[in-house]
Design a protein around this ligand. Sequence first.
Ligand code: GLA
Length: 407
Amino acid sequence: MKRVLLTLALAAGMASAQAQKFEGLALTPQMGWNSWNKFACDIDEELVRETADALVETGLAAAGYVYINLDDCWHAAERDADGFIQCDADRFPSGIAALADYVHERGLKLGIYSDAGRHTCGGRLGSFGHEYQDALQYARWGVDYLKYDWCETENINARGAYTLMRDALYAAGRPILFSMCEWGDNKPWEWAADVAHSWRTTGDIWCSFDEVLEHGTWRAWSVMHILDMTAGLRRYAGPGHWNDPDMLEVGNGLTHNEDRAHFTMWCMLSAPLILGNDIRTVDPKTLSILLNGRVIAIDQDPLGVQGYRFMREGDLEVWLKPLAGGHWAFCLLNRGKEDITYTIDWPRFDWTDEEVSKLSTDFSTMTYEIENLWVEGKKSAEGTTKKAKTVTVPSHDVVLYRLAPKR
Ligand code: GLA
C-alpha cells in the first residue's frame, strides 16, 4: 500500500512538474475573428461557416487572421450524462468537431470560449470543477484556442484557476492557445507569462473612441481608455505572452479615421488582432484598414516589443516601437477634435528603450528613410529624417511611419 501511495505521489509530482503552457504558440500576437463584439449571444454554425468563407474570400485569412473564435453562448444548457460539455444542438446541429473540420479545411483554426467560474458571463455553463474534462473535450473536437473568462469567480484564486486550466489543456495534449480574459483584475501581467499566451488588460471594450459606457455594476471602455490602461504594461509583453487590450471594434461604427487610429494603436501595442465585425458584409474602406500588411507588420514584428508613449502634448501623442533590423515605428496620434499640425524635430526623439529592448533611436548622427504606412504606392516614401518634417494629423486619427536606417 505504501508503495502504491508513493508511486501515485511521485506520478502526481511529476505531472505537476511537467505541466506547462504550450510553447511555440503566439510568438507574434494572435490574429483572427471573434463573434462577441458584433453578435453577442446570437451565434450559430452557419454564421461561423460563412465567416470562415468570408475570411478566405476577402484575403483576411491570407493576411494572417486565422483564428475563428466562438465566444459565449455556444453551450447546451446541460452537460451530458458523464459530465462532458456539449454544444447547443439547435444552433450547432452538426457539432463542434464538424465545425473544426470545416474551418481546418480552409486553413483556419477554431477557437472556443469558457469561464473559470460556474457560469459564463452570458449565464452558460462554466468550467469550474470540470476543467480537465472540458480541456479533453476541446482537444477531441479539434479546437485550437481557448478564451477563458472570469465571471462568477467570487472566492476563486485567479492564478490558481488559470494555472489549473493551463495544466488541463496541457494534459489533454492538443496545442491550444490559451487566452486569459480576467480583465486585469488580478494584475495577470505580473504572473501569467508562463500560464497563458495573452491576458486581457482591462474590462470590455465598446465601440467608442473616447467615452465610457456605464452599465451600473460595470463599465465598458473606449479605445482611448484601454490604450491608456495598457500603455504602462509594455515590460510584461513579449513573444508568447501578450497584453490583450480586447478585441477590435474596427468596422462596427467608429468613423474611418477612428477605425484607422484604433487599429494602428493596437498594432503599436503589439496586441492580439481579433476582428469583431461582420466579415460577411465588410465594406472596402474597412477592409483597406484590416488588410494593410505594412501596418500589420508593425504588430507582427518578430522582436515583439510593445510600443512606448514618448510624448503627450495636449491632444497629440508620439509613440515609438522598436522593430527588427534597426527599424522603428513612429506614430503620431491626435486624440482631439481639431486637426493638429506639428513639426517633428527628429533629434528630440533620440531615445533608448531601457525598459525592454535596450535599443536606441539615433536621429542626431543617423538618417532614417520615412515610409508613410497609410499612404499607398510610391507616395509613401516621404524622404528622410535629415530635416524637420511638418505633418498634419487629422482629428481622432494617426500618422504612422516606418523608419529604416539609410544605408
Ligand atoms: C465578458 C468578456 C467579453 C465576452 C463576454 C461574453 O464580458 O470580457 O469579452 O466574452 O464576457 O459573455
